[in-house]
Design a protein around this ligand. Structure first.
Ligand code: RTP
Length: 155
């Protein structure tokens, strides 16, 4: 059908090592899930420092770059691809401002984080970064494509 003819918008979301260590995986996933976005890829992985540098290549001139890459590679990360209309922009809205001191209550960072260096989650900031980050973190065969049809599963 026509709704499935074009590829739905997708974004890359990662729960950073602090979010995993603090036991916030299910809390974060449930916020995206309840909103109505669809999880199309997920894995747990410890990125190498080189991999973290690739992920954050845009920030390589920033003073916090090295510490940020050490942090991202310090433990397991939950890497995900979420799909849905407007998911890139709205996903950022669910996440909240980069600095948890400035994120609104009700957002993931506003409710669950305190400092910018430990802000528990990453989300792609635009269509191009989303595409690049999905490609960096996932092989094409790790991405799924499926329709939600609850009538088939709920009796
Ligand atoms: P993210 O990419 O992680 O979703 O975060 P963002 O777009 O909201 O923020 P960005 O400016 O791209 O920064 C990426 C990550 O770098 C860390 N950061 N530390 N002043 C600092 O120490 C500082 N500023 C940024 C944060 O972990 C931020 O999420």
């Amino acid at each position: 059908n026509e709704a499935h003819a074009a590829q739905m918008e997708r974004t890359f979301i990662a729960i950073k090592p602090d979010g995993v260590q603090r036991g916030l995986i299910s809390e974060i996933i449930s916020r995206f899930e309840r909103k109505g976005f669809k999880l199309v890829a997920i894995k747990i992985t410890v990125p190498s420092k080189d991999f973290a540098k690739k992920h954050y290549h845009d920030l390589k001139e920033r003073p916090f770059f090295d510490g940020l890459c050490d942090f991202l590679s310090s433990g397991p990360v939950i890497a995900m691809v979420w799909e849905g209309e407007g998911v890139i922009k709205y996903g950022r809205k669910l996440i909240g401002a980069t600095d948890p001191q400035k994120s609104e209550p009700g957002t993931i960072r506003g409710d669950l984080a305190v400092v910018v260096g430990r802000n528990i989650i990453h989300g792609s900031d635009g269509p191009e970064t989303a595409q690049d980050e999905i490609k960096l973190w996932f092989k094409p065969e790790e991405l799924t494509s499926y329709a939600i049809n609850s009538e088939k599963w709920v009796y």
